[in-house]
Design a protein around this ligand. Structure first.
Ligand code: ADP
Ligand code: ASP
Ligand code: MG
Length: 412
């Protein structure tokens, strides 16, 4: 029988009532003749609570134990979803990551999927089971420890299952009815897109649009998974939501197609470091060894052989960054006068494939921000995006102003 993957995010399984609604939707697909793999997230707010407990217990935690704790939210919803389906007379059972087994590497809290053997679940499908409910976000390392796939990782579980089982489609059910030109929660005029190109979705996701985890888009692109984002709160037709697809399958495009933001960024500046070969390598090796995900990097012009080095990272990694830099300073490997930390910044980005062939997007972006009196702290660009770091208090204003200036409320 054809296989369908249906993923339900946190708000879609937030309580028993919502789980029942989601299960009914699964029942509809089973009735159409699909064998269904359901991927569930933890109930909304649960993972944040678990992460909070870990941080309170151990600020520079052992990531293996972090994973043991934060993976647990999904176990609850997987079991409850299977029970709900059984109550509806749909033959279903739950699977935790290790039972599949969903094999990952050992990068705890940010693990990557290596393999999903299909035999166990297929055997059960062969015996009459119609729905495999799989706990999203979690897997097992070669050492036999529980791993997690990074925040939002259930999306990636879903796409990886769709690829492994050659599913007809991977439907991501969430609390908005598709992918929008920007987050509809902070911009009223955000417009739902019927289709979005993989590459744009990949940029938007990696720049903070959390509607899909970046890695899930990468996998869908690589394995040609038909990926759809839709609402679990509305009645759905087969055409509902947003289809993430190849660029060639989209007729019209604006130069800029989306605005993304990432709220919790921090800017750290090492004042007065020596300007000589090896210094950047020392700094960023220490940061990476301590699990800090550095994003933007700027090195200033040097004076008298010394320079300032600025980088950004997520706010929840500032403690690790400070520790890593203090360690190399203490060991005498690196000398700097001071570390300046600004934990109150956000990143705002515009994205569009059309930027490859159009000039003037950066100029327009900076003009719009200047008209709003918003100071830019760091700029980075790639072929199809421009990102700026600004004070967090201006983030929403910046998103709204850019959305309007690039006329994203209107279709191309
Ligand atoms: P789930 O719990 O279902 O995985 P998430 O909270 O992870 O849901 O992702 C859905 C949220 O993503 C929406 O509620 C919305 O606020 C946010 N979002 C950010 N950018 C976008 C965008 N461009 N389009 C749609 N939603 C977006
Ligand atoms: N529950 C996890 C999180 O909140 C994974 C997910 O929902 O995708 O990040
Ligand atoms: Mg999510």
């Amino acid at each position: 029988m054809p296989v369908l993957v249906m993923k339900f995010g946190g708000t879609s399984v937030a309580n028993l009532d919502r789980i029942r609604r989601a299960a009914k939707r699964v029942g509809v697909e089973v009735a159409k003749g699909y064998d269904v793999i359901v991927i569930v997230s933890a109930m909304s707010g649960k993972t944040n609570e678990l992460v909070g407990w870990v941080n309170e217990t151990s600020p520079l935690f052992d990531a293996r134990e972090y994973d043991a704790v934060v993976s647990s939210g999904e176990n609850v919803t997987a079991g409850l979803m299977a029970l709900t389906l059984q109550e509806m007379d749909v033959p279903a059972r739950s699977w935790q990551g290790w039972q599949v087994p969903l094999k990952t590497n050992s990068s705890h809290s940010q693990a990557r999927i290596e393999e999903i053997p299909t035999d166990n679940i297929n055997q059960k499908f062969g015996e009459g089971m119609r729905v495999a409910v799989v706990a999203g976000f979690q897997g097992i390392s070669p050492e036999g420890r529980i791993t997690t796939l990074g925040r939002g990782g259930s999306d990636t579980t879903a796409v990886a299952f769709a690829a492994a089982f050659d599913a007809e489609r991977c439907d991501i059910y969430t609390d908005v009815d598709g992918v929008y030109t920007t987050d509809p929660r902070i911009c009223e005029t955000a417009r739902k897109l019927d289709r979005i190109a993989f590459e744009e979705m990949l940029e938007l996701a990696s720049l903070g649009a959390k509607v899909l985890q970046t890695r899930s888009v990468e996998l869908a692109m690589r394995y040609k998974v038909k990926l759809r984002v839709l609402s679990s709160f509305e009645e759905q037709s087969d055409e509902a939501g947003t289809l993430v697809c190849d660029e060639e399958d989209i007729m019209e495009n604006n130069v800029v197609n989306g605005v993304a933001y990432s709220r919790d960024e921090a800017k750290l500046t090492l004042l007065s470091v020596a300007d000589r070969p090896g210094i950047a390598a020392t700094i960023f090796t220490a940061l990476s060894d301590n699990g800090v995900n550095v994003d933007m990097i700027v090195q200033n012009i040097s004076e008298d052989g010394r320079t300032d080095m600025t980088f950004s990272c997520p706010t929840d990694q500032v403690g690790r960054a400070e520790q890593a830099l203090a360690d190399i300073k203490g060991a005498g490997t690196l000398n700097f006068a001071e570390l300046d930390v600004d934990a109150g910044v956000a990143k705002v980005s515009v994205v569009g494939i059309g930027m490859r062939s159009h000039t003037g997007v950066a100029a327009k972006m900076f003009q719009v921000l200047s008209q709003e009196g918003i100071n830019i702290k760091i700029i980075t660009t790639s072929e199809i995006k421009i990102s700026v770091l600004v004070d967090r208090k201006y983030m929403e204003l910046a998103v709204q102003a850019l959305h309007e200036a690039f006329e994203l409320d209107k279709a191309a």
